[in-house]
Design a protein around this ligand. Structure first.
Ligand code: HC0
Length: 588
């Protein structure tokens, strides 16, 4: 270990650590606009300059490794002057419109400038050209605000393996965007919003649906229902200063009522329903292949993550036959709100407006897909990210932290613990196996201490695999006796691509695969509160597992509202009515 001092504070630091790591360990905050915990330092923004005893020039703290005996100063006049100059130069070309920017009040550049005492940009010169790219349903780029930190480029290439954004040109003329100055809709962007999640300013944002939702709430002709995705309850509190991983389900429901939604429902209901449909599809395909020797595509690959579907359509079209035909829970919910729910309440479906709250920007894109209107109306009319819902709660003057808990409405607000864990990587797989195992063997999924938990598919490992022995099979599924159900899970599209290539090459042959677009699954979605680090991901995951463990029912097949839906409306899982409303197809 190396002994160093930072601003006089002694620290013991591992060799290879950067000054930025060491400062963080010593409790000294050094500002940075380009650093990312998932990537090697880039030293692009130069905001983290510090003075190192004996070094002639100031050093970028992120890119300078510590050495034994190092003495670092972070607050000298020289450091303050240099940082101020760097930030002033950024502000001089930043076409920021701070007063009206959605990031106003939570912009990293603004915070750092304020910390340096910069209350205006003092360097005259041209501002960046302000091109607004609104060509995709989910993401809006405002090029004039870009500070060229390259975080978006690095997450798009390194984590997602997509590569829709590049630095182009030199000096002042440098731009960050799709190649050859194209707009996002012209390239293979999957609209996952991971770029939005890491952008320090307002240069790349979710396309706001806030006005759309306020307009609907203001319209007395409309019956406005809202559904909330599993991952929202584990993260929304962060927008109000609560620690990551605080479960705020009850406060969220109360806040939604205060916003005057006519009914507050849960995407979790549709997640339970998804398990019934997807589990049925899995068993049908296993029967065809293992019992009847027919040539059906295996593995079954989950379909609920729209960024993943977009990626599959553009990068792995040959694998589309393996992808489950189930719509995502968001879309299943919408289709039922405008049929089953509208009919049972005697409401004209044309008057039902479905708003979703999702941790994901690609859900905005999914809702706009032309095939997503099997009721004759768009399944979903507006999609708010977690951040947008927080913004509306702030706009309404609600003190979120002080709200009393409330409960979701019935019947589309009833759910089991299996649905809660959909929001964490491995959760859809675990939920599906809870139900499939019990249907096939007549016994609950075995887990440590009988806890129904499939530990190998939990956690942040990029690709996870498990084998589940099928023992004590009920007569109908006797052909599975002695088989091992082999499953695999990937999250983050680079990991997904790695797993899919192994499947294509035949080096692994799972029966069932879960893919989630974003690192950590939906708890790490592009619409979640900033920042999302691995520590934050783990805290949010813990919250969902706790929510699951606290539920009296933890298997989707036990959901009484889903059972009633099949009894009263759909018939049985996989029925013609279920296929008409709840299933879809893909476009290569
Ligand atoms: Fe997800 Fe979903 S779990 S994709 O990650 O399946 O966005 O939270 O809502 O639809 O339920 C996101 C989260 C959802 C859907 C569910 C699935």
């Amino acid at each position: 270990m190396y002994d160093i001092t930072i601003d006089g504070i002694a620290a013991r630091v591992r060799p290879g650590a950067s000054i930025l790591d060491a400062a963080s360990q010593a409790g000294v905050v050094i500002p940075t606009l380009c650093n990312m915990e998932t990537h090697r330092p880039l030293g692009a923004c130069r905001v983290c300059l510090v003075e190192v005893e004996g070094a002639r020039a100031l050093q970028a703290a992120c890119a300078t490794p510590v050495f034994d005996g190092m003495q670092v100063r972070t607050t000298t006049r020289r450091v303050r002057t240099a940082r101020t100059m760097v930030v002033d130069l950024l502000l001089s070309e930043h076409n920021g419109e701070c007063g009206t920017c959605f990031r106003n009040g939570e912009c990293e550049l603004q915070t750092i400038a304020a910390g340096l005492g910069l209350d205006r940009d003092t360097i005259p010169g041209p501002k960046l050209p302000a091109h607004i790219d609104e060509t995709t349903p989910a993401i809006t780029r405002a090029t004039g605000k870009c500070i060229k930190c390259r975080r978006c480029v690095r997450v798009c290439h390194g984590i997602q393996g997509v590569g829709a954004l590049f630095p182009q040109g030199r000096g002042f003329a440098t731009t960050i965007g799709p190649a050859f100055g194209a707009d996002l809709a012209e390239v293979a962007c999957v609209q996952c919003g991971q770029c939005v999640a890491v952008c320090p300013v307002g240069a790349i944002m979710e396309t706001s649906h806030i006005d759309r939702v306020w307009d609907a709430l203001d319209d007395p002709q409309l019956h406005v229902v809202v559904q909330t995705a599993p991952a929202i309850r584990a993260a929304l509190g962060e927008c109000f200063g609560l620690p990551a991983g605080t479960r705020v389900t009850g406060k969220m429901v109360r806040a939604l009522r205060r916003l005057h939604f006519d009914a507050v429902f849960d995407t979790d209901f549709a997640a339970d329903l998804t398990i019934m449909e997807e589990g049925t599809e899995l068993l049908q395909r296993l029967t065809a292949v293992l019992r009847d020797g027919r040539d059906e595509p295996l593995p079954v690959i989950t379909s609920c993550s729209p960024g993943w579907i977009n990626f599959a359509e553009q990068y792995f079209p040959q694998l589309l036959p393996m992808v489950s035909s189930c719509k995502s829970p968001q879309q299943m919910f919408g289709a039922l709100a405008k049929t089953y729910y509208a009919e049972s309440r005697g409401i004209d479906p044309a008057r039902v407006f479905v708003a979703s709250v999702m941790p994901c920007t690609a859900k905005k894109y999914e809702a706009m897909r032309p095939e997503m209107q099997s009721s004759g109306y768009p399944d979903v009319d507006a999609v708010l990210t977690t951040r947008e819902l927080a913004h509306m709660i702030h706009q309404a003057g609600i003190t979120f932290e002080q709200l009393e808990d409330d409960h979701m409405d019935e019947p589309l607000g009833i759910s089991t613990g299996a649905a809660d864990i959909f929001g964490a990587t491995g959760g859809v797989m675990e939920a599906a196996l809870r139900t499939v195992h019990e249907l096939v063997t007549g016994k609950p999924l075995p887990g440590p201490g009988g806890r129904l938990e499939l530990v190998p598919v939990r956690g942040l490992e990029g690709v996870k695999q498990a084998k589940l022995p099928i023992q004590g099979t009920v007569a109908e599924w006797g052909f599975l006796e002695g088989e091992e159900l082999s499953v695999a899970v990937a999250h983050g599209l680079s990991n997904a691509a790695r797993l899919l290539q192994e499947i294509q090459h035949g080096s692994i042959s799972p029966h069932f695969v879960e893919i989630m677009c974003c690192p950590g699954g939906c708890i790490g979605g592009g619409g979640q509160p900033r920042p999302t680090t691995d520590a934050v991901r783990l805290a949010r995951m813990r919250a969902l597992y706790d929510e699951d463990a606290a539920k009296p029912l933890r298997g989707s097949h036990q959901n009484p509202a889903v059972q009633a839906l099949y009894r009263e409306f759909l018939g049985e899982p996989g029925s013609a009515a279920a296929h008409r409303l709840l299933h879809t197809s893909y476009t290569a």
